[in-house]
Design a protein around this ligand. Structure first.
Ligand code: ADP
Length: 598
């Protein structure tokens, strides 16, 4: 909570001065807003009293009331304008800051989060803060100032009567706090019940095909229904336990209850000669207005909590660690890739890579194989700097990748991974991402080579269709677009997760052609899933627990009789090739055709 508070403070810093000004204006406006009520009360006291200069005083009071109304209006507008302008500037400041920061964080930062989290921070959380700054802050100011000013005035009129007026407020708030505390006590139960219902809903939906196939709809329903029933029962008892005290609290806090207290208590004091009858007027007028702002404060505190959590998430994006860039970038001589003693750990404890030495010579294809979790993706993603090595170094043409200018690095290394992200721009722009200056002909040529041209042509606006609007792609299509992107980028080094390429079984032959086109004459580092790729690779690197346990060509490795040979033998026996132990490989069945039956 303290951290969230600090995050909010930090984010609001650039507009703090103006917010203070807005709050000051709102404070004066709230005071001016109470003045007419006080004036009316005073007017009553003057007119019902028996001073000699009643008429003069009445007119003075009326003039003050009218003046106060105008002052209130002007100050309220000023406060609103100030806070809205400040909010506007803050929003654009935050969004610009986020975009700038997101452009400089390592790509691995995105892999570790889903796009929903980032979208939430950029969009929803900034909105939540807008509401807090532009609305809640001023509402809270009024809700504090109005009761304070009213009570000060009432105390000046009569302190005992003020206490009588405040009694319902104190009792009501006490009841309210008890109710809230009771509700909060069961909040974890609520979260748990809600979690259960969500989980069984997800389970139900995910399994729906299987369930239907086996005619188990009723049983699967049952689990979801039970969870829903449990939740309903819990919710009912929860609400029931607090509903009475909440209703009583709200009743006590209602203007009628306050008025009742004022009239009844006032009657006692007046008949007991403790108070003049005319002095009841201020309490009747101002007392009834006391409860509404106090309740508003209660609700606003919820919003404030919301805004603090939002600020913490926004802060996380704004303060995300940047990928360090070289101050004096160096230019590599050639594109020979060299991993030297590369170590990497995601969490600073367990090593995903424990000392990798690997050379990728121009014109060669290197296939990475090994069980799931052995470090293939980590090894591949370090080259385009999804993250930086925690030990050792990766060099291109004799220069550490960290010493290359980023655009130079991306001119040399293209990557096609499983997690394809297309941006919400035209399809053409998506393909030309790495070469924004490319002509339409070049874009089309790349799309053709990646076997996705026809599908793009079939879209409502062809290459000008916008992703997410009138262009929606299947996983396989998106991946072929990313192959087109890599083709157009025409980099000398390609890092590729083969699984990415074969998401659509129907277009396999086409993708195979696209891949051969993409990788011809390039330095290729490929997480291999298909036997044909593995067998034909210039070099096979077998990973296990973050270390290279074997490397060589297919015949060499088979002859060596080690781990790879065992995988191969197992495959020959079963004719099912699974370089990815643990994850069934849909490509395996077809790969064997190209591989073993040759
Ligand atoms: P492979 O590609 O061979 O399946 P990975 O490179 O994905 O293997 O994973 C290597 C190790 O690093 C595994 O132990 C995995 O659990 C861990 N790992 C992978 N990605 C992350 C991540 N984003 N955060 C933390 N650990 C990770």
């Amino acid at each position: 909570m303290a951290a969230e508070q600090a995050a909010l403070g930090e984010i609001l810093r650039p507009i703090r001065g103006r917010l203070r000004l807005a709050v000051a204006a709102q404070t004066l406006s709230a005071i001016a807003g109470v003045v007419p009520f006080i004036a009316i009360a005073e007017l009553g006291r003057v007119l019902l009293g028996d001073g000699a200069d009643r008429s003069d005083r009445a007119w003075t009071i009326t003039a003050v009331a009218v003046g106060a109304l105008f002052v209130r209006l002007a100050l309220m507008l000023a406060a609103g304008a100030l806070s809205h302008f400040a909010d506007d500037e803050l929003q654009s400041h935050i969004r610009r800051g986020m975009v700038a920061r997101l452009a400089r964080v390592p790509l691995g930062w995105f892999s570790a989060r889903n796009s929903g989290t980032v979208k939430k921070a950029v969009q929803d959380d900034v909105d939540a803060m807008h509401h807090m700054i532009a609305h809640s802050l001023l509402e809270m100011t009024s809700a504090t100032v109005v009761p304070v000013v009213s009570v000060v005035y009432l105390l000046w009129v009569d302190w005992l009567m003020t206490l009588v007026t405040l009694a319902p407020l104190v009792i009501g708030l006490g009841l309210y706090s008890i109710t809230m505390a009771q509700m909060a006590k069961h909040l974890p139960d609520y979260d748990r019940a809600m979690g259960e219902i969500n989980a069984s809903a997800v389970e139900f939906v995910q399994g729906v095909a299987v369930v239907k196939t086996f005619g188990q709809t009723h049983r699967a329903h049952q689990k979801f229904r039970d969870a829903a029933d449990d939740f309903a029962a819990f919710f009912l008892s929860w609400v029931r336990s607090t509903v009475h005290s909440k209703a009583v609290a709200e009743m006590v806090l209602s203007p009628i209850a306050v008025l009742l207290a004022v009239v009844a208590g006032g009657a006692l004091l007046v008949t007991g000669d403790r108070l003049a009858g005319v002095d009841l007027l201020p309490f009747a007028l101002l007392g009834v207005g006391l409860t509404a702002p106090v309740l508003a404060l209660f609700y606003a505190s919820y919003e404030l909590r919301f805004a603090k959590a939002a600020a913490a998430r926004v802060g996380e994006v704004l303060n995300a660690e940047e990928l360090p860039v070289a101050k004096e970038p160096r230019t590599p001589a050639g594109n020979h890739v060299s991993y030297q003693g590369v170590r990497f750990s995601y969490d600073g404890e367990k090593e995903a890579l424990a000392g990798i030495d690997l050379e990728l010579a121009p014109g060669t294809v290197t296939a990475l194989v090994g069980p799931s979790g052995s470090g293939k993706s980590t090894l591949a993603t370090l080259l385009p700097r999804f993250a930086d090595v925690t030990g050792g170094s990766i060099g291109i043409g004799g220069v550490d990748v960290r010493d290359l200018a980023l655009d130079d690095l991306y001119r040399r290394v293209a990557f096609v991974f499983q997690d394809v992200r297309l941006t919400q721009t035209s399809v053409a722009d998506n393909i030309a991402m790495a070469r924004p200056g490319a002509s339409r002909e070049e874009v089309i040529a790349a799309a053709r080579a990646a076997c996705v041209h026809e599908e793009i042509e079939a879209l409502p606006r062809g290459y000008d269709s916008v992703v997410g609007e009138d262009a929606r792609f299947s996983g396989g299509q998106a991946q072929r677009i990313s192959i087109a992107r890599a083709l157009l980028a025409d980099t000398p080094i390609i890092v590729l997760d083969e699984a990415a390429a074969y998401a659509d079984p129907q277009s396999e032959a086409e993708v195979q052609a696209a891949l051969s086109e993409l990788t011809r004459g390039k330095i290729v580092l490929m997480i291999a899933h298909r036997l044909s790729t593995v067998v034909e690779a210039d070099r096979i690197v077998v990973l296990e627990d973050g270390a290279i346990v074997e490397e060589g060509t297919h015949p060499e490795l088979v002859a060596r009789g080690g781990r790879y040979a065992r995988m191969w033998q197992a495959h020959e026996r079963s004719t099912v090739w699974q370089p990815h132990r643990g994850t069934p490989d849909p490509a395996a069945g077809t790969a064997q055709v190209g591989g073993i039956s040759r």
